[in-house]
Design a protein around this ligand. Structure first.
Ligand SMILES: *[C@@H]1O[C@H](CO)[C@@H](O)[C@H](O)[C@H]1NC(C)=O
Length: 270
């Protein structure tokens, strides 16, 4: 047993030293650059930003240098089914809530893999349906129920039933079935909330809080990318509006965002 512990300790130490070699001066709690994406889940401009940012996150050492927030545009309307009016309908509100649930309950790389999967194919397609979000989370290697995402979107009751079904499947050696993703023709993208998949309390709350935050930040365009700056007087901002990049003083290629993030990060470490 003691030997096993030693061997484990040695292997942890060698992983740690490999990491340390990549990033020699980086303590685990080093301050990170705040990056915000302000989007809408069924908005083509948002997809453009999210696609570029996927490339940014793939660049060396970027994941460990940023805190990425994603927030959604909409209007607060207490009479609306989700408490929020979304530009592309209630289905978009649901999609926004789903993405917020994944962001809150999964690590950044898995959240982003889920987001990219949702954006893939016939955009905006069936974004906002629970089956698509679940399939994408599953593809990203996220455990729907154990992560807390299932409860955030479908509620505690559904989680209990879901876990029970998984246990049964495990005991009987059968495969766990996840719901089929609908074809685009099978959904009405302008359907009212009551004709859509139910959305649990946590997801609704995250949606309302996010929209309030976006309003408070004064952001009015999807997509807006903001990189908090300690090198400039205001955040670095870049917008995609009607497919056109605007106001991106530092450039809008993935390599431009990565360069700026590295500069800001270096300044935070001083
Ligand atoms: C990042 O944002 C958080 C709050 O969202 C704030 O507390 C923190 O100071 C910010 N960090 C930097 C480096 O701007």
């Amino acid at each position: 047993m003691f030997k096993l512990v030693l061997a484990l300790a040695a292997s942890v130490a060698s992983v740690a030293s490999a990491v340390a070699q990549q990033e020699p001066y980086m303590p685990l709690d080093a301050p990170r650059v705040n990056v915000s994406l302000f989007v809408m889940s069924r908005c083509p401009d948002a997809r453009i930003c999210e696609t570029v940012f996927e490339e940014v996150l793939k660049q060396d050492h970027i994941l460990s240098k940023i805190d990425l927030a994603i927030d959604y545009l909409g209007h607060i309307d207490e009479a609306a089914p989700y408490g929020v009016e979304c530009m592309h309908g209630d289905l978009e509100c649901a999609g926004n809530a789903h993405q917020l649930c994944v962001r809150a309950h999964a690590p950044l790389d898995k959240f982003y893999a889920t987001l990219s999967c949702m954006n893939y194919a016939n955009f905006p397609g069936v974004i906002g349906t629970t089956a698509l979000t679940r399939k994408c989370a599953d593809t990203a290697g996220i455990d729907w129920w154990r992560s807390g995402i299932g409860a955030c979107i479908e509620g505690k009751e559904a989680e209990r039933a879901g876990r029970l079904a998984e246990r049964e499947a495990w005991l009987t050696g059968t495969e766990i079935k996840i719901p089929n993703v609908l074809a685009e023709e099978e959904i009405d993208e302008w359907a009212d909330a009551d004709a859509l998949d139910p959305l649990a309390e946590e997801g609704r709350k995250r949606l309302v809080d996010s929209v309030k935050y976006t309003i408070k930040e004064g952001v009015t365009k999807s997509c807006t990318i903001r990189i908090a700056s300690t090198l400039k007087h205001s955040p670095r901002e870049c917008i995609v509006d009607g497919g056109v990049w605007k106001g991106c003083d530092d450039g809008h290629a993935a390599s431009d965002f990565a360069r700026v993030i590295k500069q800001e990060w270096a300044n935070l470490q001083k």
